[in-house]
Design a binder for this molecule. Structure first.
Ligand SMILES: Nc1ncnc2c1ncn2[C@@H]1O[C@H](COP(=O)(O)OP(=O)(O)O)[C@@H](O)[C@H]1O
Ligand SMILES: CC(C)(COP(=O)(O)O)[C@@H](O)C(=O)NCCC(=O)O
Length: 319
C-alpha cells in the first residue's frame, strides 16, 4: 500500500461498495487541507457542540468539508459541461447533502459544523441548513392519527411536503420555504418558516432522510440528494448520549414553564434517568433499529464514532 494513500486497498474478494479509511489515514489528510479558519473562529465553533474537540474539527471535519466541497465543485463542472452540450441556459441548482442517523448521534452538531467549514471554502460560500423536524406532522394531527408516541418514525412526517421542498430546490427555484419545529413546544411553530434562496450547498439533516420511498410512493428525498452522510455509532453509546443530553436539558430548557417537558424538570436524578431510558427504549431505539440503521448502506459516506464522539473510521462509497 502506498504511504501517500489514505485508502485501504481492497482485496479482490472485497465486495463492499465502500472504501474504508481509518482514523490515522484520514487525519493524515489534514495537513493537505489547511483550514480556512483562524484560531479565534476555531474556538468559537466549540459553541456549536458542548464538548466539540478542536482536534476533531481539524483532523476529521476539516478534511471532510474539503472532500464535500470537491464533490460540489465537481457536480457544478459536470453541469456546466452538460449545459454546453445540450445548449441549455439554466444555471446549476444547489448541491444538496443529506445527513442521517439516530436521535442523539450528533447529526445537528455535525451539520452545523459542516455548514461553517464549507462556507469558508472559496468555491462554496453560501451554505444553508434545514432540519426535517419542521416536516413532522403537527402534534394535533399526530394525536388524531394516534401516533404521538411514534414521533420521528417515517409515518410521523409529512413526507410529501418534504419531497416537494427538496424537489423545488433541485428544480432551481429562486425561493423555497420550509416549516419550523420548536423543541420547546414540541410542535410546529405556527406562521414561521425558513426561506432557502439558491445556496451553493444545502444541508438537509434528519433521522429518516435516507429512507427509500414509502408505500405507494415512487420517489423519496434520498433520490434527490447529491451526497449523503450517515452518522454511525454503537447503539449503547447513542443511548448514553441521549440520556446525558436529556439530563442536561432537564437542568436547562425543561425548567422553562413553556417547555412541553416542563413536567420533567421536577424529577430527581434517578427519576430523570429512568424517564430518559424509557423514552429511548420505547421510541428512539426501535426507530433506530427498525427504520434508520437499515438505511446506512445507502449513504455516500459513513462516519463511525466511538464512545467519546471521536470518529474512528470513514467509509466512502467507491467511485
Ligand atoms: N463531535 C462531538 N463531540 C462532542 N460532543 C458531541 C459531538 N457531536 C454531538 N455531541 C453531543 O452529543 C449530543 C447529541 O448531539 P446532537 O447533535 O444534538 O444529536 P442529534 O442532532 O443527532 O440528535 C449532544 O449533547 C452534543 O453536544
Ligand atoms: C424531533 C425529532 C423527531 C428529530 O427530528 P429530525 O430533525 O431528525 O427530523 C426527535 O428529536 C424527537 O423529538 N423524538 C421524539 C422522542 C424524544 O423526545 O426523544
Amino acid at each position: 500500500m502506498s504511504e501517500a494513500s489514505a485508502v485501504r486497498e481492497s482485496s479482490p474478494r472485497d465486495q463492499s461498495p465502500f472504501v474504508e479509511i481509518d482514523r490515522a489515514r484520514w487525519s493524515a489528510l489534514a495537513p493537505a487541507t489547511p483550514h480556512p479558519l483562524d484560531e479565534r473562529e476555531l474556538v468559537q465553533l466549540r459553541g456549536l457542540g458542548d464538548q466539540l474537540d478542536l482536534r476533531e474539527v481539524e483532523e476529521v471535519y476539516q478534511p471532510l468539508s474539503k472532500l464535500l466541497s470537491l464533490y460540489a465543485v465537481g457536480a457544478r463542472q459536470l453541469h456546466t459541461a452538460t449545459r454546453a452540450f445540450l445548449g441549455d441556459g439554466r444555471p446549476h441548482t444547489p448541491f444538496v447533502i443529506g445527513v442521517a442517523g439516530s436521535v442523539a448521534v450528533g447529526k445537528s452538531t455535525i451539520a452545523r459544523l459542516l455548514r461553517e467549514l464549507l462556507s469558508r471554502w472559496e468555491d462554496t460560500p453560501r451554505v444553508e441548513r434545514v432540519t426535517t423536524d419542521g416536516f413532522l406532522l403537527p402534534t394535533a394531527e399526530l394525536s388524531r392519527r394516534g401516533i404521538l408516541h411514534r414521533k420521528g418514525f417515517p409515518e410521523s412526517y409529512d413526507r410529501r411536503a418534504l419531497l416537494r421542498f427538496v424537489s423545488r430546490i433541485k428544480a432551481g427555484a429562486e425561493e423555497v420555504r420550509a416549516p419550523v419545529y420548536s423543541h420547546l413546544t414540541y410542535d410546529r411553530v405556527p406562521n414561521a418558516e425558513i426561506i432557502v434562496r439558491r445556496p451553493d450547498i444545502l444541508i438537509v439533516e434528519g433521522l429518516n432522510v435516507l429512507q427509500p420511498p414509502g408505500p405507494g410512493a415512487s420517489l423519496a428525498v434520498s433520490d434527490l440528494f447529491d451526497f449523503t452522510i450517515y452518522v454511525d455509532a454503537r447503539t449503547s453509546d447513542i443511548a448514553q448520549w441521549y440520556e446525558d443530553r436529556f439530563l442536561a436539558l432537564q437542568r436547562g430548557a425543561f425548567t422553562d414553564p413553556r417547555s412541553y417537558f416542563h413536567r420533567y424538570a421536577a424529577l430527581d436524578h434517578d427519576e430523570a434517568v429512568r424517564k430518559a431510558r424509557e423514552i429511548w427504549r420505547e421510541i428512539n431505539e426501535p426507530n433506530l433499529v427498525q427504520n434508520i440503521l437499515p438505511t446506512r448502506a445507502r449513504a455516500s459516506l459513513v462516519l463511525r464514532k466511538e464512545r467519546d464522539h471521536a470518529v474512528s473510521t470513514v467509509l466512502l462509497r467507491k467511485i
